[in-house]
Design a protein around this ligand. Structure first.
Ligand SMILES: [Zn+2]
Length: 700
């Protein structure tokens, strides 16, 4: 299968645009633009504007210039932050300092993995390391820290700050603390050196974890060659091919893609060792303890993982019966793809966002040199190229720039790019991240959009998955690219039900990943990462470990999440709550969309996630609720719950977010502390299959 990596370019915000639903088989301008064959405009008179409009970046050497400029500018700002009288100006200088460096580092971070030209990638990587080193140094700069401390230690000045400014000041202080600002000179230098080494190792692991594995063509049955990417006498396997209907293809992909790479193994083990060393150096028990400081989970603890795992095993048992039934129904992705053209999906997103937020997309032809159109390497992620913030300098809002990078099939002569249901869901997910950045309106870039608490970062994107699985939403855009026929409702129902069949297993898998991430970031053990994986898998997951595989080498999230992978489960719980409270009644409700934007998306990390959840809007027309759906546990109850939160005890917190309101209301009235079982029930209830779909199908 030839999967090309396509750059979905900028989603630019435009003024309110109310669209009418279209029942004709033609696409809106956005849909048409994405279904058209991409063509390169060659215009010799076009001035190369540089990558993402940064003029210096019209050639790789520009990275050096841009870096130099950013570093020079940062010196001025450090000076300013250290000398200005303690007050709002201090925080503003900090934020400008951070913005100036992030702007360059984030862009380079993206280019180093995505650009097809190795010269660009290398230059970008250099920039990442250079700026990363400076950032680490700034995080241990005592003069800067003293300046901020002067501000935070003065209650009179703090009282005058608005809440956003205060929070941002505290967050900057937290960065100082976890960088070991309190250490003496010698140890502090050691900490900086470890940080630098970690940057290198992280980078190496990240790149390696996405590299395909290859095998001689002759080693595979000939009829399967066409299923994979062929390269000379080798076959490249760059993924698990989990969507393939062929058992053998999936097995081959699994065994080869996960075959251990010795070099990468050393890199990972070194990375974990360094992280532990650093954490110890600055006074934490383990890296996990350091990473979880400031989160709601607070400290790592694996005790409850087992309970969740057992409960889910029970759910698994029920669904395994269904799984047997499900195999009788064809949910083969290729049956769905013709209805899910890229243009159609973009149109669906556009319509959804214009209804919910009054925001619409415009497909724009990029200027010369702004982007490249060749293949880019796969990484399912969106990148913030520039965060949004109020620009004190110009009095205007600095608009964010976001890139979504997805691995999508090529269009052919006669067909547009067609997505499998999984790709469509992923597109919605990533677009959720993008909207988090695009719709953020924070005063400071340090807390804009996805620069929020890790526990909260996936909420907007997972929420989008609910939209992607709702027939009311799908029916608006899923039309056959040739005939214009809508995707039949029973096909959508079947697909959604089939997800529940694996839903319990997926959740269990997430528990396993979260646990593995915790064990890796606890005290070092005299065992290989593979041995640890085997043991953890056996404890927390239903399927056995396959010999000669090392899935951990594909666990690239270990770099970015490091001991906070559990956040995914937490975000999923919050997203489920937002969906139930705001959109389950009407996924196009403008009022709910507006309030969701205002109460959650706009704040980024400027507001505590817990407070956002409390302030989460509710659909008052929602039937069967005694009170409006706003979750209002008494404040002291929240505090009690928070203080008892442990790693998977995070669920106790999640529980507050998750349960259907009627139950919560009773709980509040009864003042009953939610039990662990309550949480697990809430989690598993999402997985309840709808037997009717299957019965209906088996009769038809
Ligand atoms: Zn995500």
């Amino acid at each position: 299968m030839s999967a090309c990596k396509k750059l979905l370019y900028f989603a630019k915000q435009r003024s309110l645009w109310t669209s009418l639903w279209r029942n004709v088989a033609t696409w809106s301008p956005v849909g048409a633009a994405f279904n058209a064959k991409p063509h390169r405009r060659v215009d010799l008179f076009d001035k190369n504007v540089g990558l993402f409009g940064v003029p210096e970046l019209s050639c790789p050497t520009g990275f050096h210039l841009t870096t130099k400029k950013a570093l020079k500018n940062s010196e001025t700002l450090v000076e300013k932050a250290c000398t200005c009288p303690p007050g709002i100006e201090t925080v503003e200088s900090f934020d400008q300092l951070s913005d100036g460096l992030c702007k360059v580092a984030d862009l380079a971070d993206f280019v180093k993995v995505a650009h097809p030209d190795p010269a660009f990638r290398e230059a970008a990587e250099k920039t990442c390391i250079e700026i990363g080193t400076v950032v680490e140094k700034l995080n241990t700069n005592t003069e800067l820290c003293t300046s901020l401390k002067k501000l935070l230690d003065n209650p009179d000045i703090v009282a005058q700050l608005d809440p956003d400014t205060r929070r941002v000041a505290e967050l900057f202080m937290f960065d100082f603390e976890i960088s070991g600002i309190h250490l003496d000179d010698k140890l502090r230098k050691e900490a900086v050196a470890l940080h630098v080494k970690l940057l290198d190792l992280s980078n190496e692991f990240l790149v390696g974890s996405h590299m395909p594995n290859r095998i001689a063509r002759s080693a595979l049955p000939e009829h399967l060659h066409v299923q994979f990417e062929n390269e000379g006498s080798f076959i490249q396997i760059g993924g698990l091919h989990a969507d393939s209907a062929d058992d053998l293809v999936r097995e081959i992909a699994y065994r080869i893609y996960l075959y251990p790479n010795a070099e990468l193994m050393v890199c990972l083990e070194e990375l974990l060792k360094c992280r532990y060393k650093l954490a110890k150096l600055i006074g934490y028990e383990s890296y996990g303890h350091r990473a979880l400081k400031g989160t709601m989970a607070k400290t790592p603890d694996l005790n409850n993982c087992g309970t969740v795992s057992t409960e889910i095993k029970n759910a698994l048992h029920c669904t395994s019966i269904l799984k047997t039934m499900a195999t009788r129904y064809n949910i083969e992705p290729s049956l769905y793809s013709p209805y899910l053209s890229l243009g159609g999906c973009m149109e669906g997103l556009n319509n959804l966002f214009s209804h919910l937020f009054g925001v619409s997309f415009m497909s724009e032809h990029p200027s010369a040199g702004e982007v490249w159109s060749e293949d880019v390497r796969k990484l399912d992620c969106h990148f913030t190229i520039r965060g949004g913030r109020w620009c004190q300098e110009t009095g205007q809002y600095q608009l964010p720039v976001v890139v979504l990078m997805l691995s999508l099939p090529h269009p052919t002569k006669s067909t547009p790019t067609l997505l499998t249901p999984g790709m469509m869901e992923n597109l919605f997910h990533e677009m959720g991240h993008a909207m988090h950045s695009m719709l953020g309106r924070t005063r400071y870039q340090h807390v804009t959009g996805t620069r929020c608490a890790t526990d909260f970062a996936e909420v907007p994107s997972i929420l989008m998955e609910y939209f992607a699985n709702d027939y009311r939403v799908i029916s608006k855009f899923a039309r056959h690219y040739e005939t214009g026929q809508p995707l039949p409702e029973n096909m959508v129902a079947r697909l959604c039900e089939s997800k529940k069949v694996c839903g319990a297993a997926d959740t269990q898998l997430q528990v396993f990943y979260a646990a593995l991430d915790q064990v890796y970031h606890s005290k070092p053990q005299n065992r290989s990462t593979t041995e640890i994986l085997m043991e953890t898998q056996q404890k927390f997951y239903g399927l056995p470990y396959a010999a000669n595989t090392a899935w951990q080498l594909r666990f690239s999230h270990l770099v970015g999440y490091g001991a906070k992978y559990y956040s995914y489960l937490m975000s999923r719980a919050v997203a489920s709550m937002v969906w139930k409270q705001c959109f389950v009644q009407d996924p196009f409700n403008r009022d709910m969309g507006e309030r969701y934007r205002r109460e959650m998306l706009a704040h980024g990390g400027a507001k505590e996630p817990m407070l956002m959840v409390e302030d989460c809007p509710s659909d008052s027309s929602n039937q069967g609720c005694a009170k409006p759906l706003k979750l209002q546990p008494p404040t002291d109850q929240i505090l009690v719950i928070r203080s008892t939160v442990q790693l998977i005890g995070v669920e106790l917190t999640i529980f507050v977010f998750m349960v259907p309101f009627e139950v919560t209301a009773t709980l509040i009235i009864d003042q009953r502390r939610p039990t662990f079982e309550d949480f697990v029930n809430a989690l598993v209830s999402e997985l309840n299959p709808n037997f009717e779909t299957f019965i209906m199908d088996s009769e038809s």
